[in-house]
Design a protein around this ligand. Structure first.
Ligand SMILES: Cc1cc2nc3c(=O)[nH]c(=O)nc-3n(C[C@H](O)[C@H](O)[C@H](O)COP(=O)(O)OP(=O)(O)OC[C@H]3O[C@@H](n4cnc5c(N)ncnc54)[C@H](O)[C@@H]3O)c2cc1C
Length: 393
């Protein structure tokens, strides 16, 4: 990984701000098409934590063009099923095995590995990330856009994309609103080693009176635990995670937490940018939408934004299509994010209701719905994000 700060070119076709999974995907897709791109990230080195650990079928499909999907699959863990459980009883099971996709499963892979694979591909294609460069100003005029970084250097480009995360500086400079709210609960997130007896080919969502707990297998024998709490501890430790699994997880054969590899707590927002484009400035990924981690769709939706935007930006920059091509990006991708925000919001509210009678109705309804093949298919299509593909609607 490159850590030295090398000087910036004065001009580019496009500047991509942010080298998270979305910025890296976008940059690689643009470089592959011969577009001159400068990628800037304020971090001196890439992030090394696991964060988003789910890669869905639609994401693997859209990444095939970049020739990284097979490598992602080879490094990840294939999980063909999600189940919703009430302690030892399965309420509903969603099977991905019959999805109309070459990737009929969910892939579990830590985000830092996904980013490293994308970063390697960007380099193979001849691109690179410039670090550490924090963007402090973005301005546009009739002839182009000017990006200023904290060293005072500037880059002039035809287009600038904010792939700079939830607190996007690019979005701030466009003045585009980021409407939505923050959930009351906080989330515990821990990668642990577990001693337990349940199958390791499922993502399990435990709906308990105290709140939600998700247990998902990760590569290298680890498990990801995600749970809601009114006030999560800053650094959840082994005892914290054990207490969550004791009160919400399997009862007949309880899970034992052997150690915590990494843990974090976070608050979750559900917000959507009012627009994805302001002239020469565009937004993608968390800069444009954030939502509940229920279903693991944040990074996936963002990577799919990046691939869609790359096609349109290439047409404008390289092939000379007029800028209206870029309005199609918002028309294509903003409704998808709006659906994901709404779907994950419904899932989160259903999963975290504290109202006991409602919990009973919910659990009974899930058991009844579990008999309906059409419900299974709709859930699998939505979770895998294949439902976002216009050809499959
Ligand atoms: C603790 C944690 C757990 C998560 N768990 C999940 C999960 O289980 N499932 C899920 O789907 N999602 C999860 N997420 C969310 C997921 O990580 C994001 O959806 C995903 O990273 C979005 O990618 P991105 O490229 O849009 O933005 P980011 O990954 O946020 O990348 C933005 C990049 O921009 C850079 N940057 C920011 N501002 C500037 C600036 N002014 N100048 C230059 N560079 C800048 C940052 O350094 C960063 O590298 C989690 C996030 C966190 C923090």
């Amino acid at each position: 990984m490159v850590t030295e700060q090398i000087s910036l070119p004065a001009t580019a076709d496009a500047v991509v701000v942010g080298a998270g999974p979305v910025g890296l995907t976008l940059a690689a897709a643009l470089v592959a098409e011969g577009v001159e791109v400068v990628v800037l990230d304020r971090l001196a080195t890439p992030a090394t934590t696991s964060r988003a650990a789910v890669v869905h079928a639609r994401t693997l499909e859209v990444l095939r063009g970049l020739k990284v999907s097979e490598q992602l699959v080879s490094r990840g863990l294939i999980v063909p099923r999600f189940t919703v459980r009430d302690r030892d009883r399965a309420l509903m099971s969603v099977d991905f095995g019959s999805l109309p996709s070459p990737y009929p499963y969910t892939l579990m892979l830590p985000q830092d590995v996904t980013e490293a694979i994308l970063d390697d591909r960007l380099r193979e294609l001849g691109g690179r990330v410039h670090r550490p460069y924090e963007v402090t100003d973005v301005a546009q005029d009739a002839g182009g856009a000017t990006v200023t970084v904290s060293t005072g250097e500037t880059i002039r480009a035809a287009y600038v994309v904010g792939a700079d995360g939830m607190h996007s500086a690019v979005r701030e400079h466009t003045g585009i609103g980021f409407s939505g709210d923050t959930y009351a609960q906080s989330f515990v997130l821990a990668d642990v080693h577990l001693d337990w007896q349940l199958p390791d080919d499922e993502v399990m969502l435990f709906f308990a009176p105290e709140g939600l707990a998700v247990i998902a297998p990760l590569p290298e024998g680890r498990h990801r635990v995600v749970a809601t709490l009114d006030e999560a501890p800053e650094h959840p430790d082994r005892a914290d995670v054990q207490a969550l699994l004791d009160s919400r997880g399997p009862q007949r054969a309880p899970a034992r937490v052997l150690d915590v590899v990494w843990s974090s707590r976070f608050r979750v927002h559900h917000r959507l940018a009012d627009r994805y484009r302001a002239g020469r400035l565009l937004l993608a990924g968390d800069a444009a939408h954030v939502h509940s981690p229920a279903g693991g769709q944040g990074m996936n939706t963002g990577i799919q934004d990046a691939v869609a935007l790359a096609t349109r930006l290439t047409a404008v920059v390289r092939d000379g299509s007029d800028g209206s091509e870029l309005d199609g990006y918002e028309a294509e991708r903003r409704p998808v994010a709006a659906d994901v925000v709404a779907f994950t919001d419904r899932m989160t509210k259903v999963a975290t209701t504290r109202h006991l009678p409602l919990q009973k109705v919910r659990n009974a309804a899930l058991r009844a719905l579990d008999w309906l093949p059409a419900v299974h298919r709709a859930m699998a299509m939505n979770l895998s994000e294949l439902a976002t593909d216009p050809d499959r609607r």
